[in-house]
Write a protein that binds this ligand. Sequence first.
Ligand code: C5P
Length: 220
Amino acid sequence: MSLVIAIDGPSGSGKSSASKGVARALGLRYLDTGAMYRAMTWWMLNQGVPVQDAEAVAARAGEPVLECGTDPDAPTIAVDGTDVSGPIRTREVTNAVSAVSAVPAVRERLVALQRQIIGTGGIVVEGRDIGSVVAPDAPVKIFLTASEEARAQRRARDLAADPAATVELTQAEQARRDRLDSTRKASPLTKAEGAVEIDSTGLSLPEVIETVVRLAKEST
Ligand code: C5P
């Protein structure tokens, strides 16, 4: 298998920017698995499925057809042929995604799709369970963290288009999401065995990218 770099961590730890930067620096593909859980959630909401009802979500989990573009300069996600890159970032989806991603039938379907996309490698994959479940044999596993405040500030910037998204509110919603993601039964967010932990709080983005690139070069 050629290079697979697994980057896991809580929301707002800087995974997306770091993962895309590493993929660009090394000429690899990029997969945002969070976008897949968001797309599944967007579809459930759009269909009127009660997302807090795990059985109802499981019953429909096989229906939407997801397609992911893996160019780090222009990653895309489509559901049933419609690009949903914008709609999956709304607060409504963000606040519903942890309930949907906790449903085992959803995870089974998306993990299979993720492994299919990873194929023989040459890819940076970001998520919550990449190093622990999706690609436990990945030669490079990173657990990216940052202080709660730094994470909330990043998220608030991401949500700048939403006038209700203050740092305080974002911090509360993010803490709730991380608690749900870390305590669920199916593949909770955890530092995988063999993962290197990087705390990005005091690091610039280029420094984080450089650290991961160095680890990747050392692994080959
Ligand atoms: O990374 P992002 O914040 O976009 O992820 C959205 C949500 O998708 C997470 O809060 C989590 O519930 C779910 N997720 C997951 N496993 C992954 C990636 C994301 O459960 N590998």
